[in-house]
Design a protein. Structure first.
Length: 330
């Protein structure tokens, strides 16, 4: 029943996006540009859905974003758990991008992370009752806790040493090179990213990462665009806080944008990635997310963005989270 409800919700979202836009359709605004903030993935470089369109030469783009979500994952019956992940994350990020040529956009991003017990458990229970989406037996367990426990692949108790708290994540630099620029038509770009081991507090000593991503956009009709992307990331460190990670991962996305009005775009996205964790018993080899959101132009140089995420591979993704951002263009 829950699978049918998810399929119906996705079909309705796509159906709404397929309605015709106004006669004068504005320039596309692009996907939501949101990272994977699941507790065990906060310290890893993940690849967002984004537009292949470069910034115009001499244009500076400043984006301040907030991500707040509840993370809950469980595998196995009570008393014999393969693993249990219970907590909350919040991330404040500041990203500055600059168009330095007709095809090249450079950027730098600084995140400030928090993780802990949080206060969203009651809100999430209400959301699952309202939406009918899977709750993964959350209601059977105490609320307001931060814990990662279970067994490793050899059946021994999992030795997770991560602590709740706040700290800076790795500083990230990026470059987008437009292979086939066309702001109103089919476009293709290559994106390179790297982060430096500058994290502090619970996010220190996370190692460095690098990534390459190919992203594209294709217009499907007046006011409707399809975005897609595929990329891979590589880490220098494969162990942190008693958790062993895959050094290399694949990331992909599909996104639809409907420019419903001169100032408004509605968005639906599906994001997926390959195995994150290797030493936790029963941990799924992939992550899937559904994101729904909107972008609203407040004027020629300001934009408000917002949306929510629902984990589809429910044992290893953010259970429910909200994102918002303000973007200024100079």
């Amino acid at each position: 029943m829950n699978a049918r409800r998810i399929a119906l919700a996705a079909a309705l979202a796509v159906g709404c996006l397929a309605r015709p836009a106004s006669a004068q359709s504005p320039a596309r605004r692009g996907p939501l540009d949101v990272r994977e903030e699941w507790l065990l993935a906060q310290q890893r470089l993940t690849l967002p859905a984004l537009s292949p369109d470069p910034l115009a030469r001499g244009t500076t783009d400043l984006r301040v974003a907030v991500d707040w979500g509840s993370d809950w994952g469980i595998r196995g019956p009570e008393g014999d758990l393969a693993y249990l992940v219970d907590g909350e994350h919040r991330t404040l990020s500041v990203e500055l991008r600059r168009g330095v040529g007709e095809r090249l956009t450079l950027g730098v991003r600084a995140p400030l992370h928090w993780r802990g017990a949080g206060v969203l458990d009651g809100v999430i229970d209400w959301w699952h009752r309202l939406s009918g989406l899977p709750d993964n037996d959350r209601f059977l367990y105490p609320t307001g806790r931060f814990r990662v426990e279970g067994k490793d692949v050899a059946g021994r108790p999992l030795a997770f040493t991560g602590e709740p708290g706040i700290g800076f994540g790795n500083l990230e630099v990026s470059g987008l090179w437009a292979l086939h620029p066309d702001p109103g038509g089919a476009a293709l770009s290559l994106v390179a990213r790297a982060d430096l081991p500058t994290g502090t507090g619970p996010y220190g000593s996370a190692g460095a990462h690098g990534a390459l991503q190919l992203v594209g956009a294709v217009p499907l009709g007046r006011g409707l665009d399809l975005y897609s992307g595929l990329g891979a990331s590589l880490a220098t460190q494969d162990e942190r806080d008693g958790i062993s990670y895959e050094k290399s991962r694949f990331h992909g996305f599909l996104a639809l944008e409907w420019r419903a009005a001169r100032r408004l775009s509605l968005l639906a996205e599906a994001n997926g990635s390959s195995r994150l964790v290797t030493n936790v018993a029963g941990y799924k080899p992939f992550q899937l997310h559904l994101r729904i959101g909107a972008k609203l132009d407040l004027g020629p140089a300001a934009r408000l963005e917002g949306g929510f995420v629902e984990g589809l591979s429910v044992q290893n993704t953010t259970d429910f989270g909200v994102q918002s951002a303000v973007r200024l263009v100079f």
